[in-house]
Design a protein around this ligand. Structure first.
Ligand code: ZN
Ligand code: ZN
Length: 315
């Protein structure tokens, strides 16, 4: 079964044009894993009249992606007011476009899955509020550029997603992860879901630096958006997970191609490390939360979303 799943992934990556119809990786219980990028730009909206959007969508489709969000800077789009590219969806080829923007008039935020054009935000808080009121999911982009503090993040109600991998700022990943842990560990903090994305600026070479794998029943805009909203996904730079599972006493992680699994808790404290594709961590009850990182020998990584530990909290 496992060998079969690995093959499915390789098929997507290498032969995506011919076999993209197969690009649904079973996740059990009627669910599938869908690969997507939530942060991509086109030259068209930034500084050109040449419409390169169809070409960029094709790059991602051909690389085996199932969904793409063209996150145009809303401050460059005042006349065009584009936030959806539905016409580029190819449902028969297991590829859809997700509506959205990168709100850029204040702190950059991906407004994922919105139902209208948004502009005029004057703060991070306004960007988040406007995204939520348009039915979307706000994601704090490149949190080190400029730096958002844990306090500011926690005070921004409704902000529950952070970009820990940005394809244009890969060196910021460790600091972004430290912020992620701080937001979950500080008094008043909460569970936050991590996102990886290319932040691609019109470069085919930058397709695939970071993406998310979303667990959903089918490939529709609403299923993908709601799975992302509820944390039913994980970010990765190349390691693929089979599953993560918790029974309230332990956390079990299984990967297809990882070599080492590390478990982390409060403030990113290392709780344990195991070699191999599978590992379990037994809760001791005071971790507050547990999350895992699965790496391979090349340094590719998948991050699980955190599991909250009952009774371990200062929240
Ligand atoms: Zn940005
Ligand atoms: Zn961007």
């Amino acid at each position: 079964m496992k060998a079969c799943t690995v093959k499915a992934f390789l098929t997507i990556t290498v032969f995506s044009i011919t076999f993209s119809v197969e690009a649904q990786i079973p996740a059990g219980d009627g669910y599938f894993w869908y690969r997507g990028n939530t942060h991509t730009h086109a030259r068209y909206s930034d500084d050109s009249e040449i419409n390169d959007v169809p070409m960029i969508a094709r790059w991602y489709r051909e690389a085996g992606y199932n969904f793409l969000l063209l996150s145009e800077h809303n401050n460059h789009l005042l006349e065009r007011k584009i936030f959806c590219y539905d016409r580029l969806s190819r449902p028969k080829e297991n590829f859809i476009m997700i509506c959205g923007l990168e709100l850029s008039m204040s702190r950059h935020v991906t407004a994922l899955g919105i139902d209208r054009f948004l502009s005029g935000e004057r703060s991070l808080r306004e960007a988040v509020t406007m995204t939520l009121s348009a039915g979307g999911v706000p994601v704090l982009n490149h949190p080190m550029d400029p730096v958002v503090t844990a306090k500011e993040f926690i005070e921004t109600e409704g902000l529950n997603h952070i970009e820990i991998v940005n394809g244009g700022r890969l060196l910021d990943t460790p600091a972004s992860i430290a912020l992620w842990d701080s937001v979950m560990s500080e008094p008043g903090g909460r569970i936050i879901y991590a996102v990886a994305a290319d932040d691609n600026h019109y470069s085919r070479q930058r397709v695939g630096r970071g993406w998310i794998m979303v667990k959903a029943k089918s490939l529709s805009k609403s299923e993908i958006i709601e799975s992302i909203r509820s944390g039913n996904f994980y970010p990765t730079t190349g390691v693929i997970l089979d599953f993560t599972r918790t029974d309230g006493k332990s956390f079990h992680v299984s990967s297809q191609n990882g070599d080492t699994i590390k478990f982390f808790g409060r403030y990113g404290k290392l709780l344990g490390s195991e070699a191999g594709k599978d590992a379990s961590y037994l809760f001791n009850g005071d971790e507050l939360y547990v999350r895992a990182e699965v790496t391979d020998r090349q340094g590719k990584t998948a991050w699980t979303q955190p599991v909250m530990i009952k009774g371990g909290g200062n929240h």
